[in-house]
Design a protein around this ligand. Structure first.
Ligand code: NAD
Ligand code: 6OD
Length: 506
């Protein structure tokens, strides 16, 4: 950790020391440094080169951001008619699209993910998350009940949705802009104000969004960003702040437990999207090539760093050997390389620290007796990329269901494949986990698909598809994969307080 003195700046990423950028907090419409002067390095996972310095927020920055968010609620934002709010959110979406290349470059530098992926998923969804929730808030009705009163009069009950207030938004690093705006879009659409704590690994796009907010005229204090770490830093200070009315969090289940304990003080509601150990299930009657493509994406896309990813694959016995061979060929076709290269099929992991974790599971799999079908280590990279966080896409077979890599979330480009015989057996295997985020099932038998969908204990069940998103639908996990649902009108349940008004008249 380097200690420096810092000042305020007009833009998110002005030049600090020659080439390195400064990632400052965005509080009350201005980019500000930390009062403590503390900052930490932001490194590019492709080669570990220094991108810049991130200011570490402490209590002072969190207090200032929460106060700005509270004042904005009481100011023009709180009084703004929904039609005007919606127009501003459309402008946010348009401005993200106008600055598409800036967002893309920022996201790619922070994560190392291929440009082909970020330009199709991360950045377009960043814009769509504002547009879709602006449309939803504009169109959603509330309920009305007229009734006759005992004294012969009449009364009318109707519900109104009010913002919850200041929302704390704590985000992970795997899809930084997508997952942050997935929370900020509906929160603002509903009239709340936000204080965002981006992941320490990926500060750039949340910071850049501050410039967008100013450019389109979102009032000061509506969108705030405080950078920092989790425990004993900005994350913990934000989630324990008594003037934060609700907390929405995406990240590890263990972190969710810590945040829930913090939120218990003051009984603040939480919305949690947490870890998973998702099963992919392939029946012998599946469209074979489509299933191989789908499972390959679920296991290896974003270098396996997708909460919806599949690290446990179950394949019906008649096609088991053929499927393992086909998935091996897919894994081996994924060329690691620079994000900008057209033939790059897989990027690095987010950091050296995460790489050590993933490689420790590669070792454990071997120690526990796995057959390593492919991968299991670090790919050969050219000298310029040798310091990057690269790992090989990896497939194992032959492990019992009790093995660590079958039970624990790894969050890397790897999966274990096991054979199964019957529907009942595979349902039992798939459900034998404390998690319950999603599943992807491949079969051409529609009746079976419906039967399976109701029996797998998950929040999201994809049939003959994976990560196919319609933002109007409920999204979230069962068991230890989450609390609550967001998406479409379900987001309104969390981001608004539903109030009943009862008017008696004669
Ligand atoms: P993480 O839990 O380590 O960190 C997430 C965020 O929480 C970071 O901003 C971090 O600084 C902050 N944080 C950490 N400790 C904190 C504390 N005590 N108090 C407040 N904030 C704290 O997760 P990660 O490593 O960034 O992301 C990977 C994890 O996220 C995986 O487990 C993955 O499954 C999960 N994830 C889930 C979903 C979903 O939709 N269910 C989506 C993406 C990622
Ligand atoms: O698509 C989404 O809205 C969403 N929340 C995706 C989560 C991906 C997890 O890594």
């Amino acid at each position: 950790m380097t200690q420096v003195n810092l000042s305020t700046a007009d833009s998110a990423g002005d030049v600090g020391s020659r080439d390195a950028r400064e990632f400052r907090h965005f509080i009350n419409g201005a980019f500000v440094g930390s009062a403590s002067g503390k900052r930490f390095d932001n490194r590019n996972p492709v080669d570990s080169s220094l991108i810049g310095y991130v200011h570490e927020g402490g209590r002072a920055e969190v207090d200032a951001a929460v106060a700005a968010a509270r004042a904005a609620l009481e100011g023009p934002w709180g009084r703004m008619p929904v039609t005007q709010r919606v127009e501003l959110l459309y402008k946010v979406a348009d401005e993200i699209n106008r600055r598409f290349d800036d967002f893309l470059a920022a996201e790619v530098a922070d994560t190392g993910k291929p440009v082909s992926l970020a330009s199709h998923i991360d950045i377009p969804r960043g814009a769509a998350n504002f547009k879709v929730f602006a449309d939803i808030i504009k169109n959603v009705p509330t309920e009305t009940f007229p009734f006759a009163t005992p004294d012969g009069g009449e009364a009318l009950n109707y519900a109104v949705r009010s913002p919850r207030g200041v929302i704390g938004v704590v985000c992970p690093w795997n899809l930084p802009l997508l997952l942050m705006t997935w929370k900020v879009g509906p929160a603002l659409a509903c009239g709340n104000t936000v204080v965002v704590k981006p992941s320490e690994e990926t500060p750039a796009t949340a910071t850049l969004l501050g410039e967008v907010m100013n450019a389109v005229g979102i009032p000061k204090g509506v969108y705030n960003v405080v950078h920092g770490l989790g425990p004993d830093s900005a994350g913990a200070f934000l989630t324990s702040h008594r003037d934060v009315n609700a907390i929405t969090f995406t990240g590890e289940t263990r972190t969710g437990e810590a945040i829930m304990a913090a939120a218990a003080k003051g009984l603040r509601p939480v919305s949690f999207e947490l870890g998973g150990k998702n099963a992919g299930i392939v029946f012998a009657d599946a469209d074979f090539d489509a299933a191989v493509d789908g499972i390959a994406r679920a296991a290896f896309a974003n270098c396996g760093q997708v909460c919806l990813g599949t690290e446990r694959v179950y394949v019906q016995r008649p096609i088991f050997e053929k499927f393992v061979a086909a998935l091996k060929a897919k894994a081996e076709s994924l060329k690691p390389g620079l994000p900008q290269d057209k033939d790059t099929g897989i990027g690095p992991l987010i950091s050296q620290e995460h790489r050590s974790k993933v490689l420790s599971y590669y070792d454990k799999a071997r120690q526990e007796g796995a057959t390593v079908v492919t991968g299991g280590g670090v790919p050969q990279m050219p000298d310029a990329l040798k310091e990057g966080s690269w790992v090989q896409p990896t497939i194992w077979t032959g492990l019992p269901e009790t093995a660590s890599v079958v039970r624990e979330e790894i969050f890397g480009p790897c999966c274990h494949i096991a054979p199964f015989d019957t529907e009942d057996e595979v349902i039992r295997l798939a459900n034998d986990t404390p998690y319950g985020l999603c599943t992807t099932i491949w079969t051409q038998d529609l009746s079976r698909a419906h039967r399976m969908a109701t029996r797998i204990e998950v929040g999201l069940c994809w049939i003959n598809s994976w990560f196919l998103r319609d933002l109007r639908t409920p999204f979230g996990g069962s068991k230890q994969s989450g609390i609550g649902r967001e998406g479409g009108v379900h987001s309104l349940e969390f981001y608004t307080e539903l109030r009943n008004v009862c008017i008696k008249y004669s």
